[in-house]
Design a protein around this ligand. Structure first.
Ligand code: E4P
Length: 214
């Protein structure tokens, strides 16, 4: 499983990229709104920093509008992926982008039929939202497993991005259940590194070293 970061904050993206593990970035309109910057300028900055896929979401609700917006976004850099909501209009747009060789990430996936439809329309990625399913009392992780099994059985090469990740267990479980990618907020990325025994171990090694070299 690969790691994407789920943010439009350039500092967080730079910090994550410096770790050498970053395969891509996902943004959404809520994340961009928090930044108070021009969307296009920020996408340019991000694509200069990260060579992997950078998802940029369209806000139109009709296919024609999505296609127009998506073409403009895709012109910013070759690694832009157009994020399209899972609707009937969204599917039409995904098919059109696929015919233009523009990569797509179908977002707001909450059941396996939505994922299968998106894949058949030509989506490069599908994004099932784990945290938001957990929030309403469903097992988000079951959805990852079901989609992974369907894609595997039918030899579908659309990649599954585990999205709406809230904590480290989501990440390890997404890997175990067959997600190809987890898109993670920076805060969770930092949490993945931490273990109290690692900290204690470093402290002890340093104390022993200093004692021996007094
Ligand atoms: C994914 O691409 C979305 O941007 C994101 O993971 C949504 O997460 P949230 O449910 O925490 O807003």
């Amino acid at each position: 499983m690969k790691f994407f970061i789920d943010t439009a904050n350039i500092e967080e993206i730079r910090k994550a990229n410096a770790l050498g593990i970053l395969a891509g970035v996902t943004t959404n309109p809520s994340l961009v709104a928090k930044e108070n910057v021009s969307f296009h300028d920020r996408l340019k900055e991000i694509t200069q920093e990260v060579s992997g896929s950078v998802s940029a979401e369209v806000i139109s609700e009709d296919a024609e509008g999505m296609i127009k917006e998506g073409k403009e976004l895709a012109a910013i850099a070759p690694n832009i992926t157009i994020k399209v909501p899972m609707t009937l209009e969204g599917l039409k747009a995904v098919k059109a982008f696929s015919d233009m060789n523009i990569k797509t990430n179908v977002t707001l996936i909450f059941n396996a039929n939505q994922a299968l439809l998106a894949a058949r329309a030509g989506a490069t990625y599908v994004s099932p939202f784990l945290g938001r399913l957990d929030d309403i009392g469903h097992h988000g992780m079951d959805l990852i497993a079901t989609i992974a099994e369907i894609f595997d059985r039918h030899r579908i090469d659309t990649e599954i991005i585990a999205a709406s990740i809230r904590h480290p267990m989501h990440v390890v479980d997404a890997a175990l259940h067959g997600a190809h990618i987890a898109t993670i907020p920076y805060k969770v990325l930092e949490q993945l590194v931490k273990h109290p025994l690692t900290d204690q171990g470093i402290e002890k090694f340093l104390a022993d070293w200093n004692k021996a070299n007094e």
